[in-house]
Design a protein around this ligand. Structure first.
Ligand code: F6R
Length: 241
């Protein structure tokens, strides 16, 4: 594993955006695996800036996102499709038809997951997968205890996630209780993996995930077994090493 130490969130985002840009420049029709959450927002902003300067071209790029809430439509501001459109896809020259996020409106979980696995395979696999790291070690929606051998699957959200999300919804029924996520196996099949982590609140899990044993209780620890992982983290997130 390569570790790149960033001074702060801004520098972490620039380094990550640099790595993604290099991938796009080397292979203009590459397949990028993408994440949502607070960690990649700065990276996406930087990619948009370089696109606006004329330094990046997304016209042949394909993207495959990690996860989506089951039951949320693309125009719901809490959906991950909405997030991606807002932070990246609507701001660069990517062809929307080449941007994939699990179909939150597909009620048949088996079909939604099989369709998504087929999309990943038909794209020829993921060249570079961007990942954030959950404070409990989750990647995608693969929570502690998740089996390492799964591809895309449907997960029941933990009560703490449901409670945390409740502030974004006007009624209890609207809060998603399930999500579709790429599994650990799908993530591990990416040719290259780029993990971005910032903040003191992630310091303990960075130590456990990348410098400890590899149990399913710390899903991200499996990344230690991948041959090409780059961890870009700020000094706070690396402070316990
Ligand atoms: C998002 C995702 C999640 C986040 C993780 C970290 O698509 O799959 O695993 O990467 O929860 O979230 P932030 O970046 O908000 O700390």
């Amino acid at each position: 594993m390569k570790i790149k130490i960033a001074e702060d969130y801004y520098q972490m985002s620039r380094i990550a955006a640099n790595i993604i840009s290099a991938q796009i420049i080397i292979k203009p029709d590459c397949v990028l695996g993408l994440a949502t959450g607070s960690s990649p927002i700065g990276t996406y902003n930087q990619l948009v800036r370089w696109y606006e300067k004329g330094d990046l071209d997304f016209s042949e790029v394909t993207t495959i996102n990690l996860d989506e809430y089951k039951g949320l439509s693309p125009d719901n501001p809490q959906s991950y499709r909405y997030f991606m459109n807002h932070h990246l896809f609507d701001r660069v020259n990517i062809q929307k038809s080449r941007t994939y996020v699990p179909d939150g409106l597909e009620a048949d979980a088996e079909k939604a997951c099989a369709d998504y696995n087929a999309i990943i395979k038909n794209c020829g696999g993921i060249d570079l997968q961007l990942l954030g790291l959950g404070r409990n070690g989750h990647i995608g929606f693969n929570e502690p205890g998740a089996a390492f051998e799964k591809e895309t699957h449907c997960v029941n959200l933990t009560q703490s996630t449901i409670d945390a999300n409740s502030r974004f919804f006007s009624s209890e029924e609207e809060i998603p209780k399930q999500a579709y996520t790429m599994g650990i196996k799908s993530i591990m099949q990416a040719h290259k993996i780029l993990v971005i982590v910032n903040g003191i609140q992630k310091a303990e899990i960075v130590k456990q995930a990348f410098f400890g044993p590899i149990p399913p209780q710390v899903p991200a620890s499996v990344l230690q077994l991948h041959p090409d992982v780059t961890l870009v983290a700020d000094k706070e997130a690396l402070s316990l090493l």
